[in-house]
Design a protein around this ligand. Structure first.
Ligand SMILES: NC(=O)C1=CN([C@@H]2O[C@H](COP(=O)(O)OP(=O)(O)OC[C@H]3O[C@@H](n4cnc5c(N)ncnc54)[C@H](O)[C@@H]3O)[C@@H](O)[C@H]2O)C=CC1
Ligand SMILES: O=C(O)[C@@H]1CCC=N1
Length: 280
């Protein structure tokens, strides 16, 4: 029977709690969570999921096999400093902190740790996260298996080199927000062209699911799939011409590059503060 101690009780923590319970990976009474100071939030999680919470770190970490770091990167320094005496080399430390390297986590903890650093996304809440994971050399085969299972409960999980995680953060970690941004635009335009809100939402959602399934299942490239929709002199051509005029594809490329750069910057800022040099 495994015990997980989750440090940070925000949206990512909740997504994991819900995923773990859905799949029965860890029993309810072995899922423990804490946060900075918001007792109402902890009470809400207890109420919704029947899990446990505490501010007593001794109780939180006692016999814990897995520790999940799920606070904001800016709080990592103070949060890890507070818990570090409870962290052991035997525990699997799972971090979802954007930009924070495994080396930085060990520096903050002032000890060697078995770490799995992951970049999931909020679709974990519905079991559809796209997660990339890097592990350090101290991870045992058993802990690697546990990591696979843990992230498998909330969606697709792929292992990568740690150096790729900033790019993953820019692409799929932040990715749901880009898609929501597009949906907002489609919803706003639906109102302008005279479609009823609820029905328009259904049509938009089904269009996205359908297009995603086509990309997943078809042997054709996404460009070819787009061309298949675009009849010469037709409606799609008229619409896409406007997107091209506004440089929308280049805007998305720049957006993902900016998010990737921000992930690197967040990590480098923390490393510089710790005087452990700069990351690549
Ligand atoms: N929200 C997202 O889409 C994604 C977030 N992440 C990462 O997940 C982490 C959490 O993000 P969210 O859940 O969105 O944040 P959030 O702001 O919703 O939750 C952060 C939690 O950390 C707690 N916290 C702050 N200081 C603490 C301390 N000293 N000790 C214990 N708990 C403390 C807060 O009380 C809060 O419960 C971040 O590091 C973020 O980079 C990763 C992938 C996607
Ligand atoms: O915006 C952020 O920093 C976090 C990391 C990936 C998604 N949300």
């Amino acid at each position: 029977m495994k015990k997980i101690a989750i440090v940070g009780a925000g949206s990512m923590a909740e997504a994991f709690i819900s995923g773990i319970l859905e799949n029965g990976l860890i029993a309810r009474n072995n899922i423990w969570v804490t946060n900075h100071s918001n007792e109402t939030r902890l009470a809400g999680l207890k109420e919704r999921y029947g899990i446990r919470s505490t501010y007593d770190l001794k109780i939180l970490f006692e016999d814990a096999d897995i520790v999940m770091l799920a606070m904001k990167p800016k709080d990592a320094d103070s949060a890890i400093d507070r818990i570090r005496e409870h962290l052991t080399e035997q525990m699997l430390v799972v971090s979802v902190l954007a930009g924070v390297s495994m080396n930085t986590i060990e520096t903050l903890a002032r000890k060697s740790l078995s770490i799995a650093r992951a970049m999931p996304n909020t679709s974990a809440a519905v079991g559809k996260s796209a997660t990339a994971i890097a592990v350090n050399s101290r991870i045992t085969n058993h802990q690697l298996e546990t990591t696979k299972q843990l992230f498998g409960t909330v969606g697709l999980a792929r292992f990568v080199e740690e150096g790729q995680l900033d790019a993953v953060t820019g692409l799929s970690g932040s990715g749901p927000a880009y898609i929501y941004y597009l949906i907002e635009a489609m919803e706003n335009s639906a109102a302008e062209i005279g479609l009823e809100k609820e029905m328009a939402k259904e049509l938009i959602v089904q269009t996205l699911i359908g297009a995603a399934e086509m990309v997943r299942n078809s042997s054709k490239s996404s460009e070819q799939l787009r061309l298949d929709v675009t009849s010469p002199g037709g409606t799609t051509e008229a619409g896409i011409r406007v997107l091209e005029k506004h440089g929308v594809q280049q805007a998305f490329i720049s957006c993902i590059q900016a998010a990737t750069a921000q992930s690197k910057k967040m990590g480098n800022t923390l490393e510089a503060q710790l005087k452990v040099g700069t990351s690549t």
